[in-house]
Design a protein around this ligand. Sequence first.
Ligand code: KG4
Ligand code: ZN
Length: 349
Amino acid sequence: MQNTTAGPRRTPHRTLGIETSCDETGVALYESGRGLLAHALHSQVEVHAAHGGVVPELASRDHVRRLLPLIRRVLAQAGTAPEDVDGVAYTAGPGLIGALLTGATLARSLAWAWGVPAIGVHHLEAHLLAPLLEPDPPEFPFLALLVSGGHTQLVRVDGLGCYRTLGQTLDDAVGEAFDKTAKLLGLPYPGGPALARLAEDGDTERFHFPRPMTDRPGLDFSFSGLKTHVLQMLANLPRDPRTLADVARAFQDAAVDTLVIKCRRALREIGIPRLVVAGGVGANRALRSALDALARREGAQVYYPRPEFCTDNGAMIALAGALRLAAGESAPLAVETRARWPLDSLGPP
Ligand code: KG4
Ligand code: ZN
């Protein structure tokens, strides 16, 4: 992107991050060399729960309502005045276009008013850099497993902006499969975490689901069949709590096992002993313990963001933006957002 920002240029130290790609309004302030100063999140779960899923127009309207109060709160928590903010990062895509525009236009306007650079961040780049916010962060290169509501990808990460997708889902994302299966089980929105809780009480021996696409070579995934499998099974089963928990358990075991099998294959193929797990499904406890066990067996180390930074948040946007701003990149004045945006099309700053 070109450098066409108004106002005097300063080396960015404090970057305000704004995330509005879907149904969470996230704001954070990150200081280069020091780390995260403050962050705040407003979840729209209650707005969308009655509709059983995210309603894009309601998401945009709620972001508009929440953004300024959250920004004020984050600056106050960090004891930072607006004139001490050195750059503003926003999620530019992929995501819901209306929701993206709310954060992008506000971020771009604030940066203009404050005379500092703005930077549009790729949502998935931010997810896979999120473990860098933790103590003992991974070094480049590493393998990243991106598992969210919209994406399931194995990515080789050689540095900031150097991404190669090694495999991805051919249909549903794994988070989407959790959410759709949860709906079939009669669980409330958002389904993924609710299904994970129900699965904890389930019997791992009662049902066995297929591990899709693990019997053929390659690193692609397919999760839509698991949901169909659940649908067909439920037609012939009583819907008592025990059975529902056992089905949830069998689904989660199959999803987790499939991800672990593909991670093992990828780690062996690329020969890099570092695995980063990012995205909402990375908060799943069963997945974390299965990947920890895999890493022990393979002599690899696995890195996760803290659970609240697995799902959408402003901290990862502030961090990714800070890294790109520090390298001299910034966004033009025209606000650009993209509903679709392949990760591999990014480049280094
Ligand atoms: O990364 P994220 O917050 O938003 C997207 O960019 O998609 O991921 C949200 C997804 C949803 O599908 C949600 O059900 C799933 O992550 N998720 C979980 C858990 N927590 C969130 N899935 C399984 N177990 C969880 N504990
Ligand atoms: Zn996300």
